[in-house]
Ligand binder design. Structure first.
Ligand code: RIB
Length: 305
């Protein structure tokens, strides 16, 4: 999709991440001592918007924040990244999104999100941003905000020939509705989310092929399944393509998937082939896991291209 249009509209969540390092994750009812507390800008939508902006895309973010101190800091941070925030709405009397994150010795994390204002994102917010979506090259979304807004955004984009990219994270308790999936061009689940979608555990090339074919049978055109430090799978001309990740020492995997999604979208708007775009996205995600925090870990174009 070679195009001069670098505009990517990101519809989704924004959180303030409260991060603590732990030796191991606590059991239910257990109190453990952690260390190295930090706050960082996060939220899957905002992380993806930051990845798009740092990697040279034109990011337009559609989101909701509270009218609180976290919202104030978040809005300033988004603007300082050069992200278009005209469709980031502040709501009185509601807390901005917060995520508590514990990160263990291997860099794995456990995340609990209190969605707050994110949960107010509505089809009306999408209608207000309709002109931006219609004139975009790509629409990028995740699942930390309510489905009706995402369904409406996907419908609007699809109707206007704008490619829709969905990162189905966090995966919901109910299967994703057809009215959303039928308008999705590219879906990017990790192996756990793909298993929720298909019932197929990815253990080898054959199960990866079966998983992607099952996802395509749900109406999505292309699927890219990320498999952590092993890289990512997709199907091209009905052949399995496995793109390896770059081997690194992980300190914190938070936002690796978000970095992957943002980088992939920027690469596609630059006209790169899907395989090259996945390789670039793997490289960007690999860099992100070598640093602490969500948005602080997202690389710049100079590091990736
Ligand atoms: O994908 C990582 C993100 O998930 C964190 O930044 C946290 O806010 C949660 O949304």
């Amino acid at each position: 999709m070679a195009t001069n249009n670098k505009k990517i509209v990101i519809v989704g969540s924004s959180n303030t991440d409260l991060v603590v390092r732990v030796e191991h994750f606590p059991q239910a009812g257990e109190t453990i001592m952690g260390s190295d507390f930090m706050t960082a800008q996060g939220g899957k939508g905002a992380n993806q918007a930051v990845a798009v902006a740092r990697l040279g895309g034109e990011a337009v973010f559609v989101a909701r924040l509270g009218n609180d101190a976290f919202g104030e800091v978040t809005l300033a941070a988004l603007r300082s990244e050069g992200i278009d925030t005209r469709h980031v709405t502040r709501t009185e009397g509601v807390a901005s999104g917060v995520a508590t994150i514990t990160v263990d010795k291997s860099g794995e994390n456990c995340i609990v999100v209190a969605g707050g204002a994110n949960m107010l994102l509505s089809p009306e917010d999408i209608a207000k941003a309709a002109e931006e979506i219609r004139s975009a090259s790509l629409l990028l979304m995740q699942l930390e905000t309510p489905l009706p807004a995402l369904i409406e955004a996907a419908r609007l984009a699809h109707e206007n020939g704008v490619k829709v990219v969905l990162n189905p994270a966090p995966y919901p308790k109910q299967p994703l509705p057809m009215e959303l999936l039928q308008n999705v061009d590219i879906i990017i689940p990790n192996e756990t989310e793909a298993a929720y979608m298909t019932g197929i555990q990815i253990t080898d090339d054959d199960s990866a092929i079966a998983s992607i074919r099952k996802i395509q049978s749900m109406g999505v055109k292309e699927a890219i399944i990320t498999v952590g430090k092993q890289g990512a799978y997709t199907l091209s001309d009905n052949q399995l393509v496995r793109v390896p990740a770059v081997a690194v020492q992980a300190v914190d995997t938070t936002a690796a998937g978000d970095t992957f999604c943002g980088a992939l979208c920027v690469a596609l708007t630059k006209g790169m082939s899907m395989t090259d775009a996945i390789a670039l996205a793997c490289k960007a995600a690999s860099i992100s896991v070598t640093r602490r925090g969500a948005q602080p870990s997202v690389p710049t174009a100079a590091e990736v291209f």
